[in-house]
Design a protein around this ligand. Structure first.
Ligand SMILES: Cc1cc2nc3c(=O)[nH]c(=O)nc-3n(C[C@H](O)[C@H](O)[C@H](O)COP(=O)(O)OP(=O)(O)OC[C@H]3O[C@@H](n4cnc5c(N)ncnc54)[C@H](O)[C@@H]3O)c2cc1C
Length: 460
């Protein structure tokens, strides 16, 4: 089946409704009247995820629903398709759409904005795919929150020291800002929970291990700030292993590291970097040696008319750097600004004007390390502890799209400061039909089977 756009107005296809996709479509719907163009946004999820808030969502400081922005509500002048673009032929100006339900179909377009972002970059480590979990989606954040709290419940409810030790060992791989924030925020939440609600456990029973293959964490800040962060985490009893790699994970959850250490851990979170969305290999767009779409400074795809790209999957020349071949880093700061420039350029070209180059000097990074703890380096100013944490919150609340989400996030923070954090595991969310299936199957005991090997990462 082919879904043709009305012949009278160009169809602008936005592939992905994340940072770049949402902000581009928002600006296009504002600047182009309905009769001027039809804007179609395709994403497998019905919402944009504000990823910088995922660690706080996992830690229970922000309600997970408030870190996502519903596409249909926000992009009310666009056509939103819930599905994935499986392939794209720009030569034919056609994209193959796989909708959430029903048969795949082709969509004809005039202009494409490639904004499908990145996916986790994994390595062929034995047992990783079966036992690990990433940290990029709101589903993963909710899962990890429930999982960590369920592990505390399991440890507090057994007398078996091996089960207890394994349940209370949490392993993270990758020390970029996503990994460090997830590691530090979840530890902070678990510490709070143990101190307040688990009299049979002590915080010293928990083992939080972060494995980083290089000699430092947080490459976005200076070395002294990264070293300070390691010191802070170590002072909290967390185990940060630099120059160490994950070698394997067994079905029993035994993690083996390159430094020879081996231990059982019910939790393995992989945050060791990202790579461009593999969808790009199913297109005729030009790619660089890292698999990113080659772009001009105007965000036009190199050598193609009517094709644009930005964000994590795009190799955009960094005009603020002297080194030849330098490209902008994959982060939200560039994504949001590139989206604005890209939308303005699409509008300019549709109106017969010249597109303008993208130029933005990287301002720096802010990272949260738990409640009232953080590290930041912005425009050369270095902040540690509470001021950095405050800056992290102020910055991100100013950036999260829509007034509705800003208000809800601030309300969450305010309620949490008055009533304390919510630390309850809703483990049934992970497998909501289990009880009914057991009951309907007859003879069920209502008891949950013990988590084993591969499904330990799925069911807890
Ligand atoms: C936990 C975490 C914390 C972070 N914190 C920070 C931070 O503090 N500061 C910062 O600057 N950056 C941060 N980042 C990075 C930042 O979120 C990304 O750089 C930014 O989201 C990139 O925007 P994007 O639009 O390229 O990709 P995304 O925002 O990931 O959007 C891609 C979209 O494409 C959709 N998609 C995927 N495949 C298809 C397909 N086949 N067809 C159609 N749609 C598809 C996805 O569902 C998604 O909605 C963080 C990232 C993570 C994971």
């Amino acid at each position: 089946m082919t879904s043709p756009g009305p012949a009278s107005r160009p169809v602008v296809l936005v592939v992905g409704g994340g940072y770049v996709g949402l902000y581009t479509a928002l600006r296009l719907q504002k600047k182009l009247s309905r009769g001027r163009a039809e804007i179609v946004v395709v994403d497998p999820q019905p919402h944009m995820t504000y990823q910088p808030f995922l660690p706080e969502a996992a830690a229970g400081s922000v309600e997970p629903r408030h870190v996502v922005v519903p596409l249909r509500r926000t992009l009310h002048r666009c056509r939103v398709v819930t599905g994935a673009v499986a392939s794209l032929s720009h030569a034919e100006r056609k994209a193959r759409i796989v909708p959430a339900e029903g048969s795949p179909y082709e969509l004809s377009y005039d202009v494409v904005v490639m904004a499908a972002g990145s996916v986790a970059r994994t390595l062929p480590i034995p047992g990783l795919a079966e036992n690990g979990i990433g940290f990029k989606t709101v589903g993963e954040a909710i899962y990890l929150r429930n999982h960590v709290l369920a592990r505390l419940d399991a440890a507090a409810s057994t007398d078996d020291p091996a089960v207890r030790t394994r349940a209370l060992t949490f392993t993270f791989v990758g020390g970029g800002y996503a990994g460090i924030e997830a590691f530090a925020e979840l530890e902070d939440m678990a510490r709070y929970a143990v101190e307040h609600y688990y009299p049979r456990l002590s915080t010293s029973d928990m083992r939080w291990v972060l494995v980083e293959a290089t000699g430092r964490i947080l490459p976005e800040v200076d070395l002294d700030m990264a070293a300070w962060t390691v010191k802070q985490l170590t002072a909290r009893g967390m185990d940060v292993r630099l120059n160490t790699r994950l070698e394997s994970v067994s079905d029993e959850g035994v993690v083996r590291l390159s430094d020879g250490d081996e231990f059982a851990s019910d939790t393995l979170v992989w945050t060791a970097g990202t790579k461009p969305n593999p969808l790009l290999t199913q297109t005729d767009l030009p790619l660089d040696e890292r698999g990113r779409v080659r772009c001009e400074p105007t965000l036009q795809v190199s050598g193609l008319e009517g094709a644009w790209a930005a964000g994590d999957l795009a190799a955009v020349p960094d005009l603020t750097k002297d080194q030849p071949g330098a490209t902008t880093a994959p982060n939200a700061q560039h994504a949001v600004r590139q989206a604005k420039r890209l939308a303005d350029n699409v509008v300019a070209v549709l109106h017969g004007r010249e597109p303008q180059p993208y130029r933005h000097e990287y301002a720096g990074s802010v990272a949260s390390l738990g409640l009232h703890k953080g590290v930041a380096q912005v425009y050369g100013v270095k902040l540690k502890g509470w001021p950095a944490w405050f800056m992290h919150r102020s910055y991100h609340v100013s950036r999260v799209p829509t007034f509705n989400r800003k208000a809800r996030v601030v309300a969450d923070w305010t309620l949490a400061s008055v009533f304390r954090r919510e630390v309850i595991a809703l483990g049934q969310l992970q497998d909501p039909r289990r009880e009914f299936v057991t009951a309907a199957g007859g003879g069920g005991t209502g008891q949950l089977p013990a988590p084993t090997g591969a499904d330990r990462a799925q069911a807890s």
